[in-house]
Structures are given as structure tokens and as C-alpha cells.
Design a protein around this ligand. Structure first.
Ligand code: NCD
Length: 322
């Protein structure tokens, strides 16, 4: 009779990263601590021997590059598959692509896909030991971006608990907005202000202390941070889009509007930016902007996410790991 070996290795801290709802506050604080650790200590070969596929069915610069750099800086092997260049174009299902990658000992898939829910669907049927990281699924969620934004605010001295956070623009089609609002609520923001033209507001109000503003200027006083969003033309149909200058006049963050906020208020934007539309160049590049910090933190937070899904919780470089 053979006795199955009983593994004593504790599971990874997170099995997958699909959405903010799967995280609790402790998870988020651990990710923030890990991110800080990687920012301070730089590259470390914690993921030597691991292989990760980056499978993107949509355009991306910062998300794709920062995941790739994070993997390289952790010593992992990386395969990059563009949806357009994969067997998906020959009718292969995503599930079969995953099983193909698993057969080649790929340990995780970082997925970007135009349809909401795709990452969770893949995770439901993932073989043991295969982690799925959602790098943006349709208008649903983009959890790694929200974690980066929380870390950026934290590093700039803006604590989310008790603060007033404002998000402006095309919220309806924004997975970044959805993930950030969920995370701000989880971390105890006092007020979450959402502002934009009616056609760009969410169809259903997200849970949390959310207040809707239909005039930009009304949302600005007392805001501790403002996140601007691009009009996501590729994710909408049947909406009459305002022209650039009308939109800019009503919903663009100009230096004059920034003056309506308290002096400590900081500006965020997940990118890509449409300068002169939702944000003026002088604001994007000004000293209240955290946009470049968001991009920089992207690599460290993605290192934190990768070790959390790929390593046993006891192997994380933190004293407080469970
Ligand atoms: C966003 C995205 O792709 O969801 N960008 C990003 O990943 N940082 C935002 C957008 O597309 O406007």
C-alpha cells in the first residue's frame, strides 16, 4: 500500500488575484508591506524556478511592462503571449490555452481580456498549482491597479481610512474605478465622491459611502485625492460622446479647478492619459501629481502580488506573514 505524502508546505497567501472582494484588510496590508519591502530592497531571486505567462488580449503598456519587469526582477521565467498571436485566433478556448500552458509547467497566468468575468471563470477550472492574476477584465475589475493606487496614496502620506477620495470621468466603463472604489470602501474611506456626465456614471451605485456629483467643481472642496479617468471609447457603444473641448471645459482637471481643493490634495490617473481632455498637462506634470509615482510603484506592487500567489505564505520576506 502506498501512503500519499502529506505536504506540510503552507499554501500561498493568495490562490489567485481576481478582484478586490476576495481580499480582506489584512491581505491588503500585507501586500502594501511587501510592496514597500521591494521598493526598499530591489531585485531578489525569490521566484527562481517559477514560470509565468502574460496573456493579453488587449492593448497595454504599463500593466504589461510592469508585470514583466516584476517577474524578471524576482528571477522568474516569463512567456509573453499576445492574444492576436496565439491559438485563440484559430478557435482555441481560453481553457485549452490554460491547460496547454499548465502542461508546460507554467505556474501562473496574468490575463487581460476584454470580457468581464473571464479571469474568475478561468480560475474556477484552473488545475492545482495554477494561479490566475486578473490584469483587467472588460469593465469589471483591475485589482492590481487599485492596490498600486492605494500604495501610492499611502507613500504620499494620504491615509485612506477617514479620507475623502474623488474619482472623476468615465466611471461606467472603468475597471480601475470599480476596483478602487471597492478597495477604498474596504480600507475605510470616509467619503467616496464620484463625478462625471450622467452617461458615464455607474448604472448601479457601488457599495460604500459613495456620493454622486453632477458638477465637477462641487466635488473638489475637501477632497484628499482626485483620480481622473480617460474616456474609454473602446468599451462603449451607443453613447453620444462630447467633443474634446466641451468635455475638457466641464470635466477636465485644470490648474484653476485644482485650486478649489485643499493644498494637500493629490492627483492620480491610472493612465493612459489624454492630455487636454480629462487632465491638463500642467496638472499631470505638476507637483500635486502622483501619476509617475503610480507607474513606479506598479513594478513593486506587482512583485508583491506575484510572491503572494506563487510562494508559500511562510516564504514571504515579511515577519508578519501568516
Ligand atoms: C487602465 C486599463 O487598462 O484598465 N489602464 C491601466 O491598466 N493602467 C485604464 C484605461 O484603459 O483607461
Amino acid at each position: 500500500m502506498t501512503t500519499a505524502a502529506i505536504s506540510t508546505t503552507p499554501p500561498p497567501r493568495l490562490p489567485h488575484l481576481l478582484d478586490i472582494a476576495s481580499l480582506d484588510e489584512h491581505d491588503v496590508h500585507t501586500l502594501i508591506s511587501l510592496c514597500h519591502h521591494f521598493e526598499r530592497h530591489g531585485p531578489t531571486p525569490l521566484l527562481t524556478g517559477k514560470t509565468v505567462a502574460i496573456l493579453f488580449f488587449e492593448a497595454s503598456t504599463r500593466t504589461r511592462v510592469s508585470f514583466e519587469l516584476a517577474l524578471r526582477r524576482l528571477g522568474a521565467e516569463v512567456v509573453i503571449i499576445q492574444g492576436a498571436g496565439s491559438s485563440a485566433t484559430k478557435g482555441e478556448t481560453l481553457q485549452d490555452t490554460m491547460l496547454t500552458l499548465a502542461a508546460m509547467d507554467v505556474d501562473a497566468i496574468i490575463l487581460r481580456h476584454p470580457e468581464s468575468g473571464t479571469a474568475a471563470e478561468l480560475a474556477r477550472t484552473a488545475p492545482d498549482g495554477m494561479a490566475i492574476i486578473n490584469a483587467g477584465d472588460g469593465a469589471h475589475e483591475h485589482p492590481s491597479q487599485a492596490l498600486i493606487d492605494a500604495y501610492t496614496l499611502h507613500s504620499a502620506g494620504i491615509g485612506i481610512p477617514g479620507s475623502i477620495l474623488t474619482i472623476v470621468g468615465d466611471l461606467r466603463h472603468s475597471r480601475v474605478a470599480r476596483s478602487n472604489i471597492a478597495l477604498w470602501h474596504l480600507l475605510g474611506a470616509a467619503e467616496i465622491r464620484i463625478a462625471g456626465p450622467a452617461a458615464f456614471l455607474p448604472e448601479q451605485l457601488p457599495p460604500g459611502p459613495v456620493k454622486v456629483f453632477t458638477r465637477f467643481d462641487d466635488a473638489l472642496p475637501d477632497s484628499d485625492a482626485i483620480m481622473m479617468l480617460r474616456i474609454q471609447r473602446e468599451r462603449m457603444s451607443g453613447i453620444n460622446l462630447p467633443d474634446r473641448s466641451t468635455y475638457h471645459n466641464e470635466w477636465g482637471l485644470s490648474p484653476q479647478r485644482l485650486q478649489l481643493t485643499p493644498a494637500h490634495c493629490r492627483v492620480l490617473h491610472p493612465g493612459p492619459l489624454n492630455r487636454g481632455v480629462e487632465i491638463d498637462s500642467s496638472v499631470a506634470d505638476g507637483d500635486r501629481s502622483l501619476i509617475i509615482h503610480q507607474v513606479r510603484s506598479g513594478v513593486y506592487m506587482r512583485m508583491a502580488i506575484l510572491v503572494s500567489v506563487l510562494l508559500a505564505s511562510t516564504d514571504l520576506p515579511l515577519a508578519d506573514s501568516r
